[in-house]
Ligand binder design. Structure first.
Ligand code: NDP
Length: 497
C-alpha cells in the first residue's frame, strides 16, 4: 500500500486501483448479449483464483477445530529435562492447537465416531515444539507399514466410495493388536460431547533429557480440567445431521464467551535403568503404562483463550510434526514415532510446499538461520541473501547452539539386535483391553460399548467375517465375545423380520 491509497481501497493483486469489482468488461450487442475479454484481468484473476482456493486436504485429520492459547509450567521438572519451555514455574509459551477427527473429510460431521487427533505447537525460546497426540492413550497399530492400510480401511471403499464395515473389520481381525484402540473407539470416548472435555495422550514414549546426558522415558497426558464428557451414540448421530460442526462451534463459542478450556499436563516417567522391570514394551503404542507403577506427575497447564481470526491462514495452513522438538526432548525407539517423524513433514511438503515452515502460522518465534535450505516454491523473504549455501564456510562462519560443545553430553541408548520383520500378536495384546473391560468400564459403559460395536458389526455383509470379529473380542473376554455376538444376531434378525 502506498501512502496516498487508503487501507481498504480495492486494487488488483498487483496493486492497481480499480473503480469497481462487480462487473466484467464486455463487448455487448444491442440484444443484451456480451462477450467477455481476455484483457479483463480482474475477471480472469477472480475466476482463476477461485479455482485454486482449495489446497490438498489432509489425507487424515482433515476436519478440525483450532484455537490459540498458552502452556504454563506449574511444577518443577528440571531434574529430568533442560528444555527451556518446561523450566521455570509460571513460564508461559504461546500455543496453537488443532483438534480433529481422523478418517472423514473436511466437510464431514464432528460427531462421527472416531479417534480425535490433537496437535499442539508450542512456540518456545528454543524453537517450536509440537505435541501431536490423540484423545485415546493407545493406537491401532505398532508397525508404521500398516498405517496407510489402517486409515484406508476406515475411509471409503474403492468401488462404492462409501465407508464399509467389511473393509473396516477385515483389516482389524487381521491386525488384532488394534483391539485395545477399538475398545476406546467404540466406548463412550469415541463420541466426545465437546473438545473442551477430552483428554490427550502422547501414545508414544519420548525421552526428556539433561545436559549431562541423563534421560528419562516419558509419556505425556492431558486431562481436561472440566472432566471428560461424551455423547450417547444416539445424540452423536442426531447432531451429525442437525449440527455437523457442533464440536468446532462449541470450542469457538466457549472461547469467544471467555470460557476457553484448560487441561492439566502430566507425565509418566521411567528411568532407563528401570526399563528391564517394566511389564510392557514402552515402545509399543498399543500399550499404556499402568498408572499404579508409573503415577502421573503434573507439569503444567494448557489454556486456550483465543479463536483464530482466519481459519485458513492459521489452522488449515498449520503443519504439525512429532519431529518438531527442542533441546531437552528427544525421540525414543518407538517405530511408529520414528515413521511419523518422516511422514508428517512429508505430508506438509506435499500439501503446503517445501517452504511451509515460513508461513506465519508455522514460523518459530526465534530467528531461523538454515542457509543450506533455501530456494524452492514460494520462498518468502530475503532467502539468506549472499550467505554461503554450503557447510563449513570460512568466508561467513555459522555459529552453533552449545549442545554441540563439551558442556552437553549426548544421551546414550544402546540399540542392537537382528534386522527382522516383527510385530507378532501374542496374549500380551489382550491383557490391557481385558483390564479396561473388566476393571475400568462400569456396567453401564459396558452395555453402551456392546450396543455401539454391535451396530457397526451388523453392517458386515459376510457371515464368516462377523464370526472372526466375535472371535477377536472373545480373546479379550469370552463373555464380551458372546454378548457382542448375541447383540449382532438380534439386530440382524430384527432387520430381516
Ligand atoms: P487405572 O485404573 O489406574 O487407569 C484406568 C484409567 O482408565 C483411568 O485412569 C482413566 O484414565 C481411564 N478411564 C476411566 N474411565 C474410562 C472409560 N470409560 N473409557 C476409557 N478410559 C477410561 O489402571 P491402569 O493404568 O492399569 O490401566 C488399566 C486400563 O485402563 C488400561 O489397560 C487401559 O485400557 C485403560 N487406560 C489406562 C491409561 C493409562 O495411561 N494407564 C489411560 C487411559 C485408559 P484417564 O484419567 O487418562 O482418563
Amino acid at each position: 500500500m502506498i501512502a496516498s491509497q487508503p487501507e481498504h481501497m480495492y486494487t488488483l493483486a498487483e496493486g492497481a486501483p480499480l473503480p469497481r469489482n462487480d462487473t466484467s468488461v464486455q463487448v455487448r450487442n444491442k440484444q443484451g448479449g456480451g462477450l467477455v475479454l481476455l484483457q479483463d484481468t480482474q475477471l480472469i484473476e477472480t475466476l482463476a483464483h477461485f479455482a485454486r482456493e482449495r489446497i490438498p486436504e489432509r489425507v487424515v485429520h482433515a476436519k478440525a477445530a483450532g484455537a490459540r492459547g498458552y502452556f504454563e509450567v506449574t511444577h518443577d521438572v528440571s531434574d529430568i529435562t533442560d528444555a527451556d519451555f518446561l523450566n521455570g514455574i509460571g513460564k508461559r509459551s504461546e500455543v496453537l492447537t488443532r483438534i480433529s477427527t481422523v478418517g472423514p473429510e473436511s466437510g464431514s460431521a464432528d460427531t462421527i465416531r472416531d479417534v480425535h487427533g490433537w496437535a499442539t505447537k508450542i512456540k518456545t525460546n528454543e524453537g517450536n515444539n509440537d505435541w501431536v497426540f490423540n484423545n485415546i492413550p493407545v493406537f491401532f497399530v505398532r508397525d508404521p507399514i500398516k498405517f496407510p492400510s489402517l486409515n484406508r480401511s476406515h475411509k471409503r471403499h474403492p468401488a462404492t466410495h462409501s465407508v464399509d464395515a467389511d473393509m473396516f473389520w477385515d483389516f482389524h481381525v487381521n491386525a488384532p493388536e488394534s483391539v485395545h484402540a477399538l475398545m476406546f473407539l467404540f466406548g463412550d470416548r469415541g463420541t466426545p460431547a465437546s473438545l473442551r472435555h477430552i483428554n490427550g495422550y502422547s501414545g508414544h514414549t519420548y525421552k526428556w533429557t539433561k545436559k549431562d546426558g541423563s534421560f528419562h522415558y516419558v509419556r505425556i497426558h492431558y486431562h481436561a480440567d472440566g472432566g471428560v464428557k461424551n455423547l450417547s451414540a444416539d445424540e452423536a448421530t442426531k447432531l451429525a445431521g442437525t449440527n455437523p460442526d457442533a464440536l468446532i462451534l462449541d470450542l469457538y463459542n466457549a472461547i469467544e464467551a471467555g470460557n476457553g478450556p484448560s487441561y492439566t499436563v502430566s507425565i509418566q516417567t521411567i528411568h532407563p535403568e528401570d526399563l528391564a522391570r517394566c511389564p510392557v514394551n514402552i515402545f509399543d503404542m498399543t500399550k499404556v503404562l499402568p498408572h499404579a507403577l508409573y503415577p502421573l506427575r503434573p507439569v503444567g497447564k494448557l489454556v486456550f483463550n483465543q479463536t483464530p481470526k482466519n481459519y485458513f491462514a492459521e489452522i488449515e495452513q498449520a503443519a504439525f510434526s512429532p519431529s518438531t522438538m527442542v533441546p531437552g526432548i528427544e525421540p525414543s525407539a518407538d517405530p511408529m514415532l520414528q515413521a511419523r517423524m518422516f511422514s508428517y513433514p512429508d505430508a506438509a511438503r506435499y500439501r503446503l510446499g517445501v517452504n511451509y515452515q515460513q508461513l506465519p502460522t508455522n514460523a518459530a518465534k526465534v530467528p531461523i538461520y538454515i542457509p543450506t535450505e533455501r530456494d524452492g516454491l514460494m520462498t518468502f523473504g530475503a532467502n539468506y541473501g549472499s550467505d554461503p549455501n554450503y557447510v563449513h564456510s570460512s568466508i561467513l562462519p555459522t555459529t552453533f547452539h552449545d549442545n554441540a560443545t563439551s558442556e552437553y553430553k549426548p544421551t546414550e541408548e544402546v540399540l542392537q539386535g537382528p534386522v527382522v520383520f516383527t510385530s507378532q500378536v501374542t496374549e500380551e495384546d489382550f491383557k490391557q483391553p481385558r483390564a479396561l473391560w473388566n476393571d475400568v468400564l462400569s456396567k453401564e459403559e459396558q452395555d453402551r460399548f456392546v450396543s455401539n460395536i454391535a451396530e457397526n458389526i451388523a453392517g458386515v455383509q459376510r457371515d464368516w467375517l462377523r464370526e472372526k470379529v466375535f472371535e477377536l473380542f472373545s480373546k479379550v473376554d469370552t463373555k464380551l465375545g458372546e454378548r457382542i455376538e448375541a447383540r449382532v444376531k438380534s439386530l440382524l434378525t430384527k432387520d430381516s423380520a
